[in-house]
Design a protein around this ligand. Sequence first.
Ligand code: SF4
Length: 286
Amino acid sequence: MSNKITLSSEGVFPIVRDKHGNALPNAPATGIAVAGTIQGEGKLAGIPSLFIRFSSCNLRCIWQLPDGTFSRCDTPYASFDSNDIHQITVVDVLALVRHNLGPIRHIVITGGEPLLQKEALIELAARLKSEMQLHVTIETNGTIFSEQVAQHVDLFSISPKLANSTPNLAKLAALGLSPSGPLKFHGERRLNLGALQAYIDVCRSADKAYQLKFVVGLPSDEQEIISSYLNQLTGWAASDIMLMPLGATHEELQQTTPMVLEMAIRNGWRYTPRVHIDLFGSKPGV
Ligand code: SF4
């Protein structure tokens, strides 16, 4: 029996055919008449990919920008407001992938936090590998590790969340949000050094790839990355440490990009752009 996955409203995207292979009535949100988009961030930026977005997250990120304004999670429909969900079996997800794959060889499983649905994730990743021989990336906030999931993944894109991501009443009020259940747990959950070390160790021993991708919005983030993360972890390489400017819009990115670029160069880390914002703005499903 196939596991059920709770996906966000985007589900498997961007697609042009349903699980039976019938053409969908509307073009994908990319505005491009074929299934697929590109990976917009990190080591595989620019590679044609299909995305699968899991619903729900164990964190609730709200960052402060240099000008004092706030920027929340860029997929709030998979974290803050994860009510618009889509329950689907792994078998049906595989059918959607099969009918929309074309020449694409890369699948990106993202969220939300995919590791919250561990059993379904294991089945999905294993079958994407064994039945279709696809390259599988999992995008995670790095708070949960699973050895069984790791067996079936090629690239772990791990985005640990710095202190600046922690929500508080002032940030909530400024964005017109009310405190919700898991909010108070963000500060306790966001840093799990044991999980991060396990990711690094499994990737090194099993010859898998990873990237530690930090979203940076303030100059003080640099010292926190060094003292709270890199000085506490072993076995990492500078080429696997990646900085990405905070910002879900062009205007927000203008505030952070020069600082983040300089920080990356100064430390010998990698800089990653957010190509999707250049191409599609903050539109979902792209
Ligand atoms: S960890 Fe990612 S998905 Fe979860 S709230 Fe933060 S930015 Fe959103």
